[in-house]
Structure formats: structure tokens, C-alpha cells
Design a protein around this ligand. Structure first.
Ligand code: SAH
Length: 372
């Protein structure tokens, strides 16, 4: 019997709450309120502190040289700038890098940087330590759920990556540091299960005074948490930020088996929620489809997939299964994969075939499972 996935824990449960708030997890508006309340500081201090954290990426209050001595001392007493530790950085032959980061309470999380067509990098970030959903093909699922990541821990993955890229460029004598142009919430965890923290991290990452990542270059991926998709749609988060839905099967019996969350919200219910997500000519919804040999990869599956998605302005991301020791599945042959994709394309469905990136460093899609 599968785990009862819909008894969802409260979003903030388990996040360590330090005595002093971490300023890295505050939006500029929140920072303004906090600085005014705690220090009686003028509002523009928020812009300065935000810039120190998200443009200059400093690690101490002492480095914030345009603040008064008194303010810096008060900040070090009342606020924290804790950061994620860096355990390892692995670089794959294709330029993909995997970062293994460590939380203050000792948990490992992973994040991947993938070179993209725009000569920048797409960063795949984690939203939870482990995951509470039980998708049978997923490496993270095998870890179980430990806790949600706090807002600052989500943002820090990007900050740390930027610091590391700058260090790498300086070491290699490169003329420029590669830019992180896109962010996808497709690492460890179910982002919509940690909705508030994810939403706040997006607010920080898109701020022009900081990382300034365009909302349309951010994608949140979900296994199909219907109430959270409804919230995403109604709050207008989906106006800018993209949604990716991991469909992964075309019939309820198969989806029930590979993604037990389907036993709570079946395909029809899921698609009904996706119908309310705003789309436009530029902004489409993405359906992800992990191809599992002899499970969901037949011509009939491809045809059913066409009929399920054809009403949407969408892309379909076909991802041949990336094997790992925790799942009993296999990747279909290249021929089968091509035949599957051809049926979608012939039917006019916009479709990308995801070739594994960074698979020599276990950074390929769905391989993130940081134990220890
Ligand atoms: N929980 C979210 C985001 C993390 S998974 C979600 O389910 O969407 C990100 C994507 O990786 C999902 O589409 C998932 O179906 C896919 N995935 C997971 N394990 C995989 C594997 N072993 N091989 C290929 N894709 C995988």
C-alpha cells in the first residue's frame, strides 16, 4: 500500500527557525519593513542591503560599507547571514555542473547548472530536503521527506552558484563569468508542496535590484498537487512564471502506479486545474513525460497523450528515463523514443526530446538524491 500522500504537512514544518532572521530570505519590501522596525533605518537602506546580498553577494555585515558602524553592529546582533555550505562541485564533460550544498542543520541538497542555447546556464534548484511524494521512478523519492527548504535556502542555491562561477572564471582567467539566465524548480522536492517559500524565493530572484531573473525564464514543476495548482493559477503567479506538470502516464491505472498522487487527483482532475493556468502566445504550460520502457511508451500512449494535451497551449517535454539504483524501470530504446516523439509531432504537438545532460556526474534529470 502506498504512502498517503495527500496528508500534506504544513508548509513551514521542520524548517529550523533561528533566533535571528536570515536577511537573505527577505524580499526588498520585507527588508524595508524589518529595517525600519528594528533599526529605525530609512527605507532606502533596504535597497542597499538587498544589493549587498544579491548583487555583491557578501557574507558579512562588515562588508556593507555604506551602512553606519552602528547599523552594522545592530545588524550582526539581530539578523543572520547564514549560508549554505558547499560540499562538492562536479563538472561533467558537457559543461553541466552539479553542486552539493549543505544546510546549517546538516542536510545535503543538490542543484544543477546546465548550459543552455542562450550561452548562459539554466539552474535546476531544489525546494525540499527529500520529497513526500512517492513517484516510483524518482531518485529523490527514495530518500523520503525530511523538511521544506526555507526561502533563503532556495535563493542561496542561486547565490552560491553565482559565487562559485565567478571564482571558477577568475581561476581559469576567463574574460567573463557565465550567467544564470533561467531557473527551474525541478531539483529535489515538490515545489508546490512548499508553496509559500517557493513564491517568496521567486519574488527575490526576479527583483531588478538583485538577480533580476525574468519571471518568464522561471519554471515551477509539479507532480500534480491540484489545490496548489489552483492557487498558482488564481494568484497570478502563472502570469509570468511557467508551470510544468509531470504527467508521465496517459491512463489512470498506469499513473496510479507510477505516481501515487494520482490516486488522490486523477488525470481528469489534474487537467481541469491546468486549464485555469493562464497561458499566452509566449507563455505555454509544459507537460513532462518520463518515458519508461514497456510502461508508458507505446504508440497508443503517444496517441492518448496527443488527445489529452491537444487543447492546451503547451510544450511536451519527453524525458527518456534516467536509470538509478532505486527504481525498477528501464529507458526505452532510441528507436522507440523517436517513434513516440514522431507521433506527437505529426499530430502538431510541440515537443522537445530531453537528452540526458551531466549523466556522467549523476546530474541528469531525476537523478538527484543526496544521501548523507
Ligand atoms: N516534484 C516536481 C519537480 C521535481 S522532478 C515534479 O514532479 O515535477 C522534475 C522532473 O524530473 C519531473 O518531470 C519528473 O517526472 C522527472 N524525473 C524524475 N525522475 C526521473 C528519472 N529518473 N528520469 C527522468 N526523469 C525523471
Amino acid at each position: 500500500m502506498s504512502k498517503i500522500v495527500w496528508q500534506i504537512r504544513r508548509p513551514s514544518r521542520g524548517i529550523p527557525r533561528p533566533a535571528a532572521p536570515n536577511l537573505r530570505g527577505m524580499s526588498r519590501a520585507e527588508l524595508g519593513d524589518w529595517l525600519t522596525r528594528e533599526l529605525g533605518a530609512p527605507r532606502f537602506r533596504a535597497d542597499q542591503v538587498f544589493g549587498w546580498l544579491h548583487l555583491r553577494r557578501v557574507d558579512s555585515f562588515d562588508a556593507m560599507t555604506n551602512l553606519s558602524k552602528h547599523e552594522r553592529a545592530a545588524l550582526s546582533e539581530r539578523a543572520s547571514l547564514e549560508r549554505l555550505g558547499v560540499d562538492t562541485i562536479l563538472r561533467a564533460r558537457d559543461g553541466t555542473r552539479k553542486l552539493r550544498l549543505r544546510t546549517v542543520d546538516g542536510h545535503a541538497i543538490e542543484s544543477v547548472l546546465i548550459p543552455n542555447d542562450e550561452r548562459g546556464l539554466t539552474q535546476c534548484i531544489s525546494s525540499q530536503v527529500g520529497c513526500a511524494l512517492d513517484c516510483r521512478f524518482c531518485a529523490t523519492a527514495s530518500l523520503g521527506f525530511t523538511r521544506n527548504l526555507d526561502t533563503w535556502e532556495i535563493v542561496e542555491q542561486v547565490t552560491r552558484a553565482r559565487v562559485l562561477l565567478a571564482e571558477e572564471a577568475a581561476r581559469d582567467g576567463a574574460k567573463w563569468t557565465p550567467r544564470i539566465t533561467n531557473v527551474v524548480y525541478m531539483g529535489m522536492g515538490e515545489p508546490l508542496h512548499n508553496y509559500n517559500q517557493v513564491r517568496r524565493s521567486i519574488e527575490i530572484l526576479t527583483d531588478d535590484a538583485g538577480d533580476a531573473i525574468a519571471g518568464r525564464r522561471i519554471t515551477v514543476s509539479t507532480s500534480g498537487l491540484v489545490p496548489a495548482i489552483e492557487r498558482f493559477a488564481s494568484e497570478g503567479l502563472g502570469l509570468e512564471v511557467g508551470l510544468a506538470v509531470s504527467l508521465n502516464a496517459t491512463t489512470d491505472p498506469v499513473r496510479d502506479q507510477v505516481m501515487p498522487i494520482n490516486q488522490r487527483w486523477d488525470i481528469a482532475t489534474l487537467l481541469a486545474a491546468v486549464r485555469n493556468v493562464p497561458t499566452s502566445r509566449r507563455r505555454r504550460v509544459t507537460f513532462e513525460y518520463v518515458l519508461l520502457r514497456d510502461v508508458n511508451d507505446t504508440d497508443a500512449d503517444a496517441r492518448r497523450l496527443v488527445s489529452l494535451v491537444r487543447e492546451f497551449r503547451c510544450h511536451v517535454n519527453v524525458i527518456p528515463f534516467n536509470p538509478h539504483p532505486h527504481a525498477p524501470y528501464q529507458r526505452p530504446s532510441d528507436r522507440r523514443t523517436q517513434a513516440f516523439v514522431a507521433i506527437l509531432r505529426d499530430a502538431g504537438v510541440q515537443c522537445w526530446l530531453r537528452t540526458p545532460r551531466g549523466d556522467d556526474i549523476q546530474a541528469a534529470c531525476g537523478q538527484l538524491a543526496a544521501e548523507g
